[in-house]
Write a new protein. Structure first.
Lengths: 112, 181
């Protein structure tokens, strides 16, 4: 995953806006595509024994980007905090209330 | 105008009350197990969506079938491409009601959740025994049910029939937060 070339690079806010828009949601991206996303961390959790990073979707947005992290990134994740800006790559699985990504890897952090 | 103020207040209160009566699990866990003498297959999905309306006890669950994680890549490939056909049937859903749901009950208790489970384009009515807990103000629902593979029109090639159980055991765990819709 860390070497995979993303099909697109997009902000969390823009991606969710397009996925929620019925006119663009079917064309914005396909499942199983690798996407690079820039966004602000809403939450980091280990629910169900999985390391998960949730990105904010924007001030008016009630949807988020949920990234199930690829194993082996615990040390990096431990250094991150809510509201940090990051960039990650993951495999898009679909959209329910939120956009779901698996096998996510951090590619950049933009901590203040 | 003066008469409108209490009405507007009431409408606003009702909208607010309606919103706070729903709870959401965005990272629900659903795991399934297939045990045979040839091999055991286990897969987990940790991004299952569920919403409960606390006022009515209605519950909805939405599962992305291609988000199940397997131990082996080949198992995942067979599951998505040959059995579940997740490109044609990307989601499984459950819509039902928690029988005798009582929000005032704070001790762990068990209820039957009755509803319709749809997978691979086939809908079946299920009664699922579900444990309901309220921990630190959060509802947690856990349980197990069994799904008969042939009921859902899932075709297993004869060569692999011995590798897949005829009945799959499904475990679930949902931890809910208030739903700000």
């Amino acid at each position: 995953m860390s070497k995979a070339t993303p099909e697109m690079s997009i902000s969390a806010e823009n991606l969710l806006a397009q996925l929620k828009d019925t006119t663009t949601q079917l064309t914005v991206l396909n499942t199983e595509e690798v996407v690079e996303i820039h966004g602000v961390i809403k939450e980091i959790n280990t629910l169900n024994g999985r390391e998960t990073l949730i990105l904010q979707g924007g001030t008016e947005m009630k949807s988020y980007i949920i990234c199930d992290m690829k194993a082996g990134q615990t040390e990096t994740l431990n250094q991150l905090h809510e509201k940090d800006s990051i960039t990650l790559k993951g495999i898009y699985k679909g959209f329910l209330k939120d956009a779901i990504f698996l096998n996510c890897v951090l590619t950049r952090t933009h901590q203040p | 105008m003066n008469k409108l103020i209490p009405i507007l207040f009431l409408v606003s209160f009702c909208v607010h009350a309606q919103n706070t009566e729903k709870i959401i699990a965005r990272q629900g866990n659903v795991a399934f197990f297939s045990y045979t003498s040839v091999e055991n297959i286990k897969a987990q999905n940790n991004q299952v969506l569920s919403i409960i309306d606390l006022s009515s006890g209605e519950i909805a669950v939405n599962i992305l079938m291609n988000a199940f994680v397997f131990e082996k890549a080949l198992m995942r490939e067979h599951f998505n491409e040959s059995y579940i056909e997740s490109d044609i049937y990307p989601k499984a859903t459950f819509e039902g009601t928690i029988s005798d749901f009582d929000t005032s009950q704070s001790e762990p208790h068990t209820r039957i959740v009755k509803g319709t489970f749809t997978m691979h384009g086939v809908s079946k009515t299920l009664d699922i025994k579900t444990k309901i807990e309220k921990i630190d103000g959060k509802y947690i629902l856990t349980g197990t049910f069994e799904a008969v593979v042939k009921d859902y029109d899932i075709k297993i090639p004869p060569l692999l029939a011995g590798n897949i159980a005829k009945t799959i055991s499904v475990d679930f765990r949902f931890e809910y937060d208030p739903y700000d819709s």
